[in-house]
Design a binder for this molecule. Structure first.
Ligand code: ATR
Length: 306
């Protein structure tokens, strides 16, 4: 969970000698990354600002690494509400942040920044977005459940750390590079006492073993980003009621999810995590709940093939 957000007026910042009230005056929320042109965040956030009657705009900005410092030198002084940070800058921005949320600290990565006066506060809403997604879209209550995570990269870290304090029975982390799976498992064990945390290679035997008791299988690797490839997981060995989530959101139904569905398992696409992490950013910046039904509708209709 992210830190409690007070529904208060954001503090003002000086702009050309004047004070700027960041809530009622038009401000900018930036998306910084490289590339950014493919992102659906501007569509969702601009519609959301309009819907709740806020005069702000969300602007994608392709920012090469060398321009990070000048950007952070300027942005907090302009009418900036905050930023979303995407690949490849989620770790590089840490050095500009004054205060990190516990999730951002544990993940060592930031995807949302709030500007408060001259202070920059960094959050990581990927993990909490994933938790909200499985709760709201799957009705999944994590307590006492057995979770299998495929992958041990940045996304897996966010998901594992969000799930770890939820009273799971076990987490099994499978990764192509076993040492990464092992070190993530060691890391996750530090935040949970009761949950059994295991790690292994992403091979046939480990997948079959992990599938057997799984209540939730989460695909966090970059396999599938091309829309064609998929990890060949033995879904038929998992319990019938096992649920399967992919964090890849393009295409709407990845080959991994197609295979799970074919095996009769309930599935959830990466769109849901994307939606709820966006909703959390919106709330962090504005202090108001995001208009989720509108954002959900827009997102799904943009991702649906014609
Ligand atoms: P992200 O921040 O998106 O998670 P990352 O940190 O580079 O990106 O992690 C990518 C994940 O996808 C890793 O778990 C990676 O496995 P390795 O740690 O072995 O590199 C996994 N991955 C990428 N390509 C893969 C492939 N062809 N087969 C299996 N796993 C793969």
């Amino acid at each position: 969970m992210i830190e409690k957000i007070e529904p208060q007026t954001l503090p003002s910042a000086p702009l050309h000698g004047r004070r700027v009230e960041r809530r009622s005056n038009p401000c900018v929320a930036w998306l910084i990354g490289d590339p950014v042109s493919h992102s659906l965040s501007p569509l969702l956030h601009n519609a959301a600002f309009k819907k709740v009657g806020l005069p702000h705009v969300y602007v994608p900005l392709r920012l090469p690494h060398r321009l990070l410092r000048p950007f952070f030198g300027l942005a907090p002084h302009a009418r900036t509400l905050g930023m979303n940070v995407t690949v490849p800058h989620k770790e590089a921005v840490l050095r500009f942040i004054d205060h990190l949320s516990p999730e951002a600290k544990v993940c060592g990565a930031v995807n949302c920044i709030r500007v408060r006066g001259r202070r920059l506060e960094g959050f990581n809403t990927d993990g909490s977005g994933f938790l909200a997604a499985i709760k709201k879209e799957f009705g999944f209550d994590a307590r006492g459940k057995r979770v299998v995570i495929l992958g041990a990269g940045g996304a897996a870290k966010g998901v594992a750390h969000a799930l770890a304090p939820c009273g799971l029975r076990s987490i099994i982390i499978l990764n192509r590079t076993v040492s990464r799976a092992r070190s993530l498992a060691v890391n996750v064990r530090t935040v949970t006492r009761k949950t059994i945390v295991e790690s292994a290679a992403l091979d046939r035997t480990s997948m079959e073993h992990a599938a057997e008791g799984a209540d939730l299988i989460v695909q966090t690797t970059s396999v599938g980003l091309d829309g064609r490839s998929a990890i060949r997981f033995p879904f038929q060995d998992s319990p019938r009621q096992a649920r399967v989530a992919d964090i890849v959101y393009r295409p709407l139904e990845t080959p991994f999810l197609k295979a799970a569905k074919k095996a009769g398992r309930r599935t959830l696409g990466g769109w849901a995590m994307f939606l709820y992490q966006a909703a959390e950013s919106f709330q962090i910046w504005t202090g108001q709940p995001a208009p989720i039904p509108l954002m959900r509708r827009l997102l799904l209709s943009s991702l649906r093939p014609d």
